[in-house]
Design a protein around this ligand. Structure first.
Ligand SMILES: *[C@@H]1O[C@H](CO)[C@@H](O)[C@H](O)[C@H]1NC(C)=O
Ligand SMILES: *[C@@H]1O[C@H](CO)[C@@H](O)[C@H](O)[C@H]1NC(C)=O
Ligand SMILES: *[C@@H]1O[C@H](CO)[C@@H](O)[C@H](O)[C@H]1NC(C)=O
Length: 422
């Protein structure tokens, strides 16, 4: 169905009958049709520890088209690493679009759903968590705190996380994640063809030192008045103010009947707080007519800033890979595309995810209904049993999840460390 045309410069120009954009350069496209295994290399990473997970070639338990398969993680508590090579290219002077779909059929409690672009020469058999990469992009979920889209750019050998928060999808359906980097150093992140974040590589990552900094030499001028309110000079202390006592004899107190002045001494009423007493006098506050505002050091050009007009450039992109730790398996990847044309990627998403999403949702709801029915069939005697079972099940999952999450978070942290170190 797809006609592949080899360009003289080895950029695969893929033209689909239903995609009208012929000008798009498609550097890589994988729809996981027959023959996909010849294009992807499964890494031996973690194999000797028996922790390398197997991929399942499937459309999943619910889908919009049973014949449209992808690759799905199929074993719990496993590391996954697989990659594909494409003709090396640079995105200099061009837009770079990196897109794929991902579905977490398991209720993902801790695990990634991201992909990576790698540069230069990579030993694909050894591809793993420590392999340097250029871009890491996609959803990452762990516990309640991490539910975000990672967008990590490697600049000057350092992995830099996006500084803006981009929440990811958390349901059990297919979603399309798109990362666009443009030659003007702007970017966009889309989920299901809807823009979720956009901005500049200069400001949303710490790739370069800031262009401007506060002048370290600047000092607040002596006559700078930064008091917004001052005591009203017109306000005068009322006469006799200081004569008002803090405490007064309790007006309600009565000398006890059996009080004997001779034996008990002269009776004095106990004292109480004086309601007239308002504390030491203070002039009321007024707006300071001379207020100059809060003082801020002026910004100056940062002497450490050296612009890099190639800040967005990855000159030797050559591999796409998936490298994950999964506590619970069931994450399904499909429809990977690397192109220079956002419109091409958008149409591809519409033709795949867009066409299938309603049927997939219906299939998912059907599967959920069936599961509920099965669960109530298992124990038809006691009507409470269903709830009990669910609770027990949940409790089981929870304790399970606890130990899993711990391991998962460890690994996550390790990974973050790796990010930070690299
Ligand atoms: C692969 O996925 C299908 C569909 O969800 C499932 O029926 C099958 O058991 C899976 N196979 C493995 C080896 O996990
Ligand atoms: C690149 O990294 C080196 C070593 O960490 C550092 O000294 C240098 O300033 C960095 N250059 C830029 C442009 O960030
Ligand atoms: C405001 O500034 C002027 C000039 O320095 C000064 O004479 C005046 O007392 C100031 N007013 C107040 C309320 O501080």
């Amino acid at each position: 169905m797809a006609i592949r045309v080899r360009h003289p410069n080895f950029l695969a120009l893929v033209v689909f009958s239903f995609l009208s954009i012929a000008s798009a350069k498609v550097f890589f496209e994988e729809r996981f049709e027959d023959g996909w295994e010849s294009r992807w290399v499964k890494s031996d990473w973690k194999k000797d520890e028996n922790l390398a997970g197997e991929w399942n070639y499937t459309s999943g338990q619910w889908n919009g088209d049973a014949n449209d398969k992808g690759i799905q993680t199929s074993e719990d508590y496993r590391f996954y690493a697989i990659s594909a090579e494409f003709p090396e290219f640079s995105n200099k002077d061009n837009t770079l679009v990196f897109q794929f779909s991902v579905k977490h059929e398991q209720k993902l409690d801790c695990g990634g759903g991201y992909m990576k672009l790698l540069s230069g020469d990579v030993d694909q058999k050894k591809f793993g968590g420590d392999t340097p990469y250029s871009i890491m992009f996609g959803p990452d979920i762990c516990g309640y705190s991490t539910k975000k889209v990672h967008a990590i750019l490697t600049y000057n050998d350092t992995n830099q996380l996006i500084k803006k928060d981009v929440p990811c999808e958390t349901d059990q359906l297919t979603h399309v994640y798109t990362f666009i980097i443009r030659p003007d150093a702007t970017y966009s992140i889309l989920i299901d063809n809807v823009e979720k974040q956009t901005g500049s590589l200069y400001t949303d990552w710490n790739l370069l030192p800031p262009k401007q900094i506060k002048d370290p030499e600047a000092k607040k001028p002596e006559d700078w008045d930064d008091k917004e309110f001052i005591p009203d000079p017109e306000d005068k202390k009322p006469e006799g103010y200081d004569d008002i006592p803090k405490e007064i004899p309790d007006p309600d107190a009565k000398k006890p009947e059996d009080w004997d002045d001779e034996e008990d001494g002269e009776w004095t009423a106990p004292t109480v707080a004086n309601p007239e007493y308002k504390g030491p006098w203070k002039a009321k506050k007024i707006k300071n007519p001379n207020y100059s505002g809060k003082w801020k050091a002026p910004l100056i050009d940062n002497p450490d800033f050296k612009d890099d007009p190639d800040i967005y450039v990855f000159p030797k992109l050559k591999y796409v890979g998936i490298e994950l730790w999964q506590v619970k398996s069931g994450t399904l990847f499909d429809n990977v595309v690397i192109t220079d044309d956002p419109e091409y990627a958008k149409q591809l998403a519409e033709e795949t995810w867009g066409k299938q999403k309603d049927a997939e949702k219906a299939a998912f709801e059907e599967a959920e209904k069936k599961k509920e029915e099965e669960e109530s069939k298992d124990d038809p005697v006691d009507s409470d049993a269903e709830d009990d079972e669910e609770e027990a099940d949940e409790a089981g999952h929870d304790s399970d999840a606890d130990s899993k999450t711990e391991a998962g978070e460890d690994s996550h942290e390790n990974k973050e460390d790796v990010h930070d170190e690299l």
